[in-house]
Structure formats: structure tokens, C-alpha cells
Design a binder for this molecule. Structure first.
Ligand code: MN
Length: 292
């Protein structure tokens, strides 16, 4: 949970409206991990610089215990946020970490890593999210980078109305998050709203933004957003942010970022700018150049 700091409410004069409600798709990935793909490939252009958001959660170990054995990535960043259970990570750049309740793992694949992500049971329950954040063309082949943040290391604050916010990336209400990125300027907040509360967040007009509701339901500019729905927020010049209201307790993720406006070429775990770079990634992976 975030440390308690009382901040003045960030002031938003006019909230963005909900442009579209999206229900995630049930799928499986890795060695048969059941998950819900909240942000899928068809929304990559609309939600640039975000490429994917998966929500996984189960109290049945068979749904997830085989995890994600060794697999490669190139050209983007993965951000894993666990809210229950643990995930053990090992990669070819020599990083190893055990992600626990409320912790975040931020991995920049850059020119390439091979890694494994294996869940470990905690009272049988595992729940969390994995976000894929694109890298600008000029950084796609950068050195891999990795950091683990335990729950206690994540900056956070509480508002006077009792809203508790964890700032995973970006800046909210003068609190700077665990990770800051220049090119994509990602904002990633986990927001816990008590009944009858509201939370306002200033957003630059040009930044693409969405809210994923994972507990309860909320209202944004008069539109109800039920649990397990993603609300894509409009980019309207007259709106200076978003106001999220909860009549019953709710938990949401709020994400926003500066679009890269570059071509996106994805083939599985590789996200580059064109087909030739995808072939190069496949060749480099097959010839062992990711683990040198
Ligand atoms: Mn992975």
C-alpha cells in the first residue's frame, strides 16, 4: 500500500469523456496461463504508446502455475504489477527477482532478452497485470534494463477523501513514481477509491489514456464503467484531465502516455517498426544473439 501523504486535490475543470468501453478477451499465453487481454493488438494505434495489457487472476493454480518459461522480447518494455501471489523472474542479462504482493517489475527488453516468469503460489491465489510499453525507434536496440520495486518502495499518497494512489510511473499530485520515461511519458496509477469518493488527474491533451476497472465500478463524466472493463478516454482539447467517481468501493488502473506516432510491427514477443526489423529480430534470436 502507498505511504500516506495528504495532498491537495489536483484540479481538473473538465473531465475527459469515455470514448469506448472495451471488454477484455479470455485467452492463454506462456505455458497455458489463463488471462484476460484487456488491451489487444487492434488498439495499439489508438492507445499508442501502450501495446498490451493483460490481467491474470485465479485461485486455481492449474490456471497459471506453469507460468511463462524462457521466451524472448525485443523493442519495448514490460511492466508487471502483482496484487496477489508472487512471480519469479530470471533473464539472460543476469537479472533475477521475486516479485511479491504489490510489487512492480520493470524490464526494458531493448535489443533483446530471454527471460522466464514463473508464478509462485501464495495461499493459492495469483493476481496481477502485465503492461507492454513501446520504445521509440531510436531506443529499440538499447541495453536491457531491469528493476524490481517492492510494494514499500513504490511512491504513493492518499487524498483527503481517502483515495489511496500508488504511483508506478509518471507524476500525480506532485508525487513522482518509481519510473519516469522521457519519450513516452507514461503515467501508471493504481487508485483505490472508497465509497462516495472522487479522484481528479490532470492529463495532457495529446496523451492517450485509459482506465481499467478491476474492482467495483466507477463513473467518468456521467458514464458508468463496470468492473472488468477498460474505458478508453477521449482526447478532446477542452478536457484538462479525468475525474473518476465511485459510489461504492472501487479499484482502477489509470494509464496515460505520449504517443510515439511511429509505425508498429509486432510479431509475438518482438515489437519493431517494420517487417525487416522483425526478420532481423528472429534471426538474431535463433542464432543466439539475445543471450550473448
Ligand atoms: Mn515476458
Amino acid at each position: 500500500m502507498p505511504q500516506t501523504l495528504i495532498r491537495n486535490a489536483e484540479s481538473v475543470a473538465r473531465s475527459r469523456q469515455v470514448a469506448q468501453l472495451v471488454a477484455g478477451k479470455e485467452t492463454s499465453d506462456g505455458a497455458g496461463v489463463k488471462l484476460t487481454r484487456v488491451l489487444s493488438q487492434s488498439l495499439q494505434r489508438r492507445l499508442d504508446p501502450f501495446l498490451m495489457l493483460d490481467a491474470f487472476g485465479s485461485d486455481k493454480p492449474d490456471d497459471y502455475i506453469a507460468g511463462f518459461p524462457d521466451h524472448p522480447h525485443r523493442g519495448f518494455e514490460t511492466v508487471t504489477y502483482m496484487i496477489a501471489g508472487r512471480m519469479r523472474h530470471r533473464d539472460s542479462a543476469g537479472h533475477e527477482g521475486l516479485l511479491e504482493n504489490g510489487g512492480v517489475q520493470w524490464m526494458t527488453a531493448g535489443r533483446g532478452v530471454v527471460h522466464s516468469e514463473i508464478p509462485e503460489q501464495e495461499a493459492g491465489v495469483m493476481e496481477g497485470f502485465q503492461l507492454w510499453l513501446n520504445l521509440p525507434a531510436q531506443d529499440k536496440l538499447c541495453d536491457p534494463w531491469y528493476r524490481d520495486f517492492a510494494a514499500d518502495d513504490l511512491p504513493g499518497f492518499s487524498t483527503e477523501s481517502g483515495v489511496a494512489v500508488t504511483v508506478i510511473a509518471g507524476t500525480s499530485h506532485d508525487v513522482t513514481g518509481a519510473v519516469v520515461r522521457q519519450a513516452t511519458a507514461p503515467l501508471y496509477l493504481d487508485i483505490h477509491l472508497p465509497a462516495g469518493s472522487r479522484f481528479a488527474q490532470v492529463l495532457p491533451v495529446g496523451h492517450n489514456a485509459f482506465v481499467h476497472v478491476y474492482r467495483g465500478d466507477v463513473t467518468i463524466a456521467g458514464q458508468k464503467v463496470p468492473a472488468q472493463r477498460m474505458a478508453i478516454l477521449e482526447n478532446a482539447a477542452e478536457a484538462d484531465g479525468v475525474i473518476i467517481e465511485a459510489s461504492t468501493p472501487a479499484r482502477v488502473l489509470l494509464l496515460a502516455g505520449q504517443p510515439l506516432n511511429e509505425p508498429i510491427a509486432q510479431y509475438g514477443p518482438f515489437v519493431m517498426n517494420n517487417e525487416q526489423e522483425i526478420y532481423q529480430a528472429l534471426n538474431d534470436y535463433r542464432s543466439g544473439r539475445f543471450v550473448e
